[in-house]
Design a protein around this ligand. Structure first.
Ligand SMILES: CC(C)[C@H](C(=O)O)[C@@H](O)C(=O)O
Ligand code: SF4
Length: 471
């Protein structure tokens, strides 16, 4: 047998039929749904008089449009959003699909909820009408986003017509310096390879720096690989990944466990597997990264300067940098450090897990949010929220002047009522800094949770490495 990459092993083991040289019919072990991209798919399914043959392999979570105010019973006020949620409920009831509904105690952002309940296992193919499904590569599962018409196809057949991706390997060796995280690493990678740098590729991350990352940090890394255009992100599952899954999947026991472990042990690229493209990075070069523009690849180290578009080659990069600077109201050559922020948002499927909130807590310590800054923490899920409350994190952050909210996507894309005003500048732990993403005319600076916490305390973009008590 020829040597294969982990990506090809996952695709081949899920191929029901080869359609042509580029396309296969792929079996999908788990299909996650949200209220935003599923309604039209169900409508299409019903119009065609079709059912959902494998409801147990589908799960739905209300994520995007849900309000996050700290009330006991959440009510979605906005009529179109309320309709999306009630549609999802009706569709799940009709087809017997499990749903994490608005007031379910485990509700949250779909990509935070699914792994914490042991739904994501190494070797699976997981799809969702949401681009950040690449997150699951952290556990050795092939995850990727699909469009609404594909959601309908998956509901009806549990399969997908899938165009093969090319193989890319990104090796990162060395140790991440003090004060830097997986978020800084992925922002650095994206800034170097570009927002289209992995377009058309399934990316496998490897190297000593990746081995050293916690599973939650790997979620952050794989989550944002899509911001480089990746069609999938994978990390071969190691002891850490397996322990994470086994802890959360009590059904994997006895003979099933032995069979699972045997299967999982083969989930890595063969030693002589061929990758179409390979990149190498040195973790020692990672610094806390901050975006200055309106695309995730427009980022520099916090002690760097806003680049001069004139220094870029004439063409798309220069034009988009010029446009970006107009939007973010920054000047070429300006330092990012010291830039005042109005708002701090700690949340999203990139950085709202318990380790992220512990990091924020550690940075904040006994300090207080700067006067005039509104700082909001939106835990990724009900489970994260409960854990953070049990650990005293919520109480300490509230005392420091942060708002402590209920779980959801919230200000990551402002589809609920957590919206910034025009011109407001936000230090954000999210993954996209597109124009208008957090509110029309609002400006987003992507960064790590530690950096966002430091910005909240100082009221301006701050190099967290100057903090004495960081790790
Ligand atoms: C709403 C959804 C389709 C979208 C996505 O696909 O990623 C959203 O989650 C986002 O982060 O922009
Ligand atoms: S948290 Fe943000 S990136 Fe993640 S699914 Fe929600 S909107 Fe998309």
């Amino acid at each position: 047998m020829t040597a294969a990459t982990l990506y090809r092993k996952l695709v081949d083991s899920h191929t029901v039929a080869v359609l042509d040289a580029q396309n296969v019919l792929l079996f999908c072990d788990l299909h996650l749904m949200n209220e935003y991209t599923s309604p039209q798919a169900f409508a299409g399914l019903h119009a065609a008089g079709r059912g959902v043959p494998m409801p147990g392999q589908n799960v739905a979570v209300v994520s995007h449009i849900i309000p996050t105010h700290p009330v006991r019973q959440r009510v979605i006020q906005d009529p179109p959003s309320a309709l999306q949620a009630s549609n999802l409920r009706a569709n799940c009831e009709r087809h017997g699909i499990a749903l994490f509904d608005t007031n379910d105690r485990w509700q949250g952002i779909e990509h935070v909820v699914a792994p914490e309940h042991g739904m994501i296992r190494p070797g699976m193919v997981v799809i969702c009408g949401d681009s950040h499904t690449t997150t699951y590569g952290a556990l050795g599962a092939l995850g990727f986003g699909i469009g609404t018409s594909e959601v309908e196809h998956v509901l009806a057949t549990q399969t997908l017509v899938y165009r093969l991706a090319q193989d890319m390997r990104i090796r990162v060796d060395g140790r991440l310096p003090r004060g830097t995280t997986a978020k800084d690493l992925i922002l650095m990678i994206i800034s170097r390879i570009g927002a289209q740098g992995a377009r058309g590729f399934a990316v496998e991350f490897c190297g000593t720096a990746i081995d050293a990352l916690s599973v939650e940090a790997r979620f952050t890394l794989c989550n944002m690989a899509v911001e480089a255009g990746a069609r999938g992100a994978l990390i071969a599952p190691d002891e850490k990944a397996l322990a994470y899954v086994l802890e959360r999947a009590p059904d994997i026991a006895g003979e099933t466990r032995a069979a699972a472990l045997a299967h999982w042990s083969g989930l890595h690229s063969d030693a002589d597997a061929r990758f179409d493209v390979e990149h190498r990075f040195n973790a020692e070069e990672v610094a806390p990264f901050v975006t200055w523009g309106t695309s995730p690849d427009q980022a520099v180290a916090v002690d760097g300067l806003v680049p001069d578009p004139q220094a870029l080659a004439e063409g798309v990069a220069r034009t988009s940098a010029q446009q970006a600077l107009r939007y973010t109201a920054l000047a070429a050559g300006q330092p990012l450090q010291g830039l005042a922020v109005d708002h701090v948002f700690i949340g999203s499927c990139t950085n709202a897990r318990i380790e992220d909130l512990r990091e924020v807590d550690r940075i904040v310590g006994n300090r207080r949010v700067a006067a005039g800054v509104r700082a909001m923490v939106v835990p990724g899920s009900g489970a994260v929220k409960a854990q953070a409350e049990a650990e005293g994190i919520a109480e300490r952050l509230l005392a420091a002047g942060f708002e402590w909210r209920q779980p959801g996507c919230s200000m990551c894309l402002a589809m609920n009522d957590d919206v910034l005003a025009p011109g407001q500048r936000c230090a954000s732990t999210t993954n996209r800094n597109f124009e208008g993403r957090q509110g029309r005319g609002a400006i987003t600076h992507l960064m790590s949770p530690a950096m966002a916490a430091a910005a909240a305390i100082n009221g301006h973009i701050t190099d967290v490495r100057a903090w004495k008590d960081i790790q």
